[in-house]
Design a protein around this ligand. Structure first.
Ligand SMILES: Nc1ncnc2c1ncn2[C@@H]1O[C@H](COP(=O)(O)OP(=O)(O)OP(=O)(O)O)[C@@H](O)[C@H]1O
Length: 247
């Protein structure tokens, strides 16, 4: 079987400190997958290392049966908002247009059809009225929707989003979830780093539960059970109890 994502023996460290240890999983195509786990569990590290945005110590990652480099044009990545430079002077429509560049080829300029497609992607996320605005002038939710539009413009097969719902309004969150589910229904594969457990069981089909190592992976109905979740969150809960931290 060709999996959307197949990972074997993945180890990642930062300056000698192990962040991920011996991660192994296979995820079938056409799933909306949540990467969950406590703070510092390595969720963002997993996503970045899967996409070879950071180096791994060892391991293999295969996407749709091919290497990341062979598949790069077909992979859309939306980083955490906090990782982006919002002072960069670029309009909303030009941000979305960047998504069409992988299909343009070297030195080719976008044509009318690329602009029209980008505008259509903005319409999908309900942001067409803001097309001429500078990206830095938008709210967090609006920025996140524009970056989703850029991912849609890329016509990718694999969508990877890092904490897309952090600090955004409920309308933007609902819009993004609806579009991610539509992508899944079209047979696309979607991976989302997510830390809010209250929504995890309604947003995702499959979960990758991490705490430096893989605690569990599988359908939400199997992974999202107290006895499994406790294995990942136990140390955090113990710390909070000992330090009388309340949320
Ligand atoms: N660039 C970096 N340099 C050094 N250490 C890092 C770096 N990025 C992450 N780490 C460390 O690696 C571990 C995993 O971090 P990561 O951000 O992947 O976790 P996470 O599960 O996404 O956390 P959170 O939910 O808090 O965002 C943490 O201990 C973190 O401090």
């Amino acid at each position: 079987m060709t999996y959307a994502m197949s990972v074997q023996n993945l180890f990642v460290s930062y300056h000698g400190n192990e962040a991920l240890r011996n991660i192994n999983f296979n995820i079938e195509k056409g799933n909306l997958v949540g990467i969950i786990g406590p703070n510092g569990a390595g969720k963002s590290t997993l996503l970045k290392s899967l996409l070879e945005l950071i180096p791994k110590d060892q391991g293999t990652v295969v996407v749709f049966g091919k290497s990341i480099n062979e598949m790069r044009k077909k992979i859309a990545y939306v980083p955490q908002r906090s990782d982006m430079d919002w002072t960069f002077p670029i309009s909303v429509i030009d941000t979305v247009l960047l998504g069409t560049y992988p299909s343009l080829g070297v030195f080719r300029r976008p044509k009318k059809k690329h602009r029209e497609w980008s505008y259509h992607c903005l319409e999908k996320v309900g942001m067409e009225k803001f097309s001429q605005r500078q990206i830095g002038e938008l709210s967090g939710g609006q920025q996140q929707r524009v970056f989703l539009a850029r991912a849609l413009a890329q016509k990718a097969d694999l969508f990877c989003l890092d904490e897309p719902f952090v600090g955004i309004d409920i309308t933007s969150e609902e819009t993004i979830v609806r579009i991610l589910k539509e992508l899944r229904d079209e047979g696309k594969s979607v991976f989302v780093v997510h830390h809010d457990l209250s929504k995890a069981n309604t947003y995702f089909d499959e979960l990758i539960l991490l705490n430096k190592e893989l605690i569990d992976v599988g359908p939400v109905s199997e992974v999202f059970r107290p006895e499994i979740m406790m294995k990942a969150y136990e140390s955090q809960l113990t710390f909070m109890k000992q330090n009388e931290v309340t949320v």
